[in-house]
Write a protein that binds this ligand. Structure first.
Ligand code: PLP
Length: 406
């Protein structure tokens, strides 16, 4: 029996959609990508200024990453955590190195398969570290931390909670960037504050360096952990290896995923060594934690990011993109940092229509709210690709402005 409308997916007619109905009907089937470019199943070319939501940071089909995955697949894909593998050890050392440089502290990692699982690990670690009676986690309204029940409870979007009530107990939300509200919420029952340096799914809104510093101070005052959710902002995207580095603070726990495998589903939760020590054998786990095939992608991705100096590229190409966008009629401002940008549209212009018109023109972006387009191009994006994308944005907005005027 068919339970949903028929889907054609271009060349594959089906009378029963094979996917659960949690995503809208996909407008396009992509079957190939190289660098910033994508091709759909009809052979039409697109520039990808979304990168699968801040994932493909060193470009589609990156040869270094592709070769590392292929070689590892022939050598050893997986053995479980009953045994060690050299690839996971190398990846853990690399991530500890990046975070030691960023925080000044030695730490330890737990590998995961997604951003939500990285945050789930951080939330469990915070509860174990806080102990009984100190398990509450404070997060920001409009934040996004994942779709598992605990990370959904930490996510400050009540409408997303509603269908799944009751939510797990022990989560409080405060307006993003409001240190007074945060002070009222963070008392002796609070195990941790979890925050994004820039809210990504919430609309590309930066917390601001002063706010991040004040939250760090508040956590120190009450003895709560500070967890930075770097799932979207991490690995060079904002112009530093991690978004919190702009504020010169040292979080106790950092979560990551997305760009760290350039498309391989992999994430990690890092904690300062004395915090990680709250976990004991049996407290947490995952069949695929540190699996060799995923860690081969992590090692190659980090090597590639270091080779091209990904944070510097994000700063330079981000500045070029912002400069160009600020000259486009219909753009009233650009939020964000590096190559994580929200383009604000003038009154009357519609981000959803811009998204659809841009797809038609051959540019992949995302309408993050009714008046903002989100841009997350690869950190390898070239000057010419930036110019080409901005021209498409200018043309799409010009069409809308003409329609408004007529
Ligand atoms: N945290 C942040 C800041 C995110 O942006 C996301 C996803 O967009 C997540 C967590 C969840 O990551 P995943 O979808 O890999 O579970």
């Amino acid at each position: 029996m068919s339970t949903s409308p028929s889907h054609s997916f271009h060349h594959a007619p089906m009378d029963h959609c094979p996917f659960m109905p949690v995503f809208g009907p996909p407008p396009i089937m992509f079957d190939r990508g190289v660098g910033t470019e994508l091709w759909d199943s009809d052979g039409k070319r697109y520039l990808d200024f979304l990168t699968g939501l801040a994932v493909v940071s060193v470009g589609h089909s990156n040869p270094t990453v592709a070769e590392a995955i292929a070689d590892q697949a022939e050598q050893l894909m997986h053995v479980s955590n009953f045994f060690a593998n050299p690839v996971a050890t190398e990846a853990a050392v690399k991530i500890n190195g990046l975070l030691r440089d960023a925080t000044g502290h030695a730490g330890q990692v737990f590998f995961t398969n997604s951003g939500a699982e990285s945050n789930e690990c951080a939330l469990k670690l915070a509860r174990k570290h806080g102990g009984r009676g100190r398990h509450t986690v404070v997060s920001a309204l409009a934040s996004f931390h994942g779709r598992t029940l605990a990370t959904l409870a930490a996510t400050g979007q009540p409408t997303k909670h509603e269908p799944f009530q009751p939510m797990p107990e022990g989560f409080r939300h405060v307006p993003y960037g409001d240190i007074d509200e945060m002070r009222s919420a963070v008392d002796g029952s609070v195990a941790a504050v979890i925050i994004e340096a820039i809210q990504g799914e919430g609309g590309v809104h930066p917390a601001g360096v002063e706010h991040l510093r004040a939250v760090r101070e508040l956590c120190d005052d009450v003895g709560a952990l500070l967890i930075l959710d770097e799932v979207q902002t991490g690995f060079g995207r904002t112009g530093r290896w991690f978004g919190f580095e702009h504020a010169d603070i040292a979080p106790d726990v950092v979560t990551m995923a997305k760009a760290m495998g350039n498309g391989m589903p992999v994430g990690a939760c890092w904690a300062r060594a004395d915090v990680a020590a709250a976990f004991e054998p049996g407290d947490h786990g995952s069949t695929y934690s540190g699996t060799a095939i995923a860690c081969a992608a992590v090692n190659a991705t980090i090597d590639e990011m270091q080779r091209i100096d990904a944070p510097r590229r994000a700063t330079e190409q981000g500045a070029r993109l912002v400069r160009a966008l600020e000259g486009v009629a219909g753009v009233t401002g650009v939020r964000g940092s590096g190559l994580m940008l929200g383009v604000e549209l003038a009154d009357g212009l519609d981000a959803k229509r811009a998204y659809l018109d841009l797809l038609d023109a051959g540019l992949v972006v995302n309408a993050i709210d009714p008046t903002t387009i989100r841009l997350l191009p690869p950190l390898t994006v070239s000057d010419d690709e930036i110019d080409e994308a901005v021209e498409m944005i200018a043309d799409a907005l010009a069409d809308q402005r003409e329609d408004l005027a007529s």
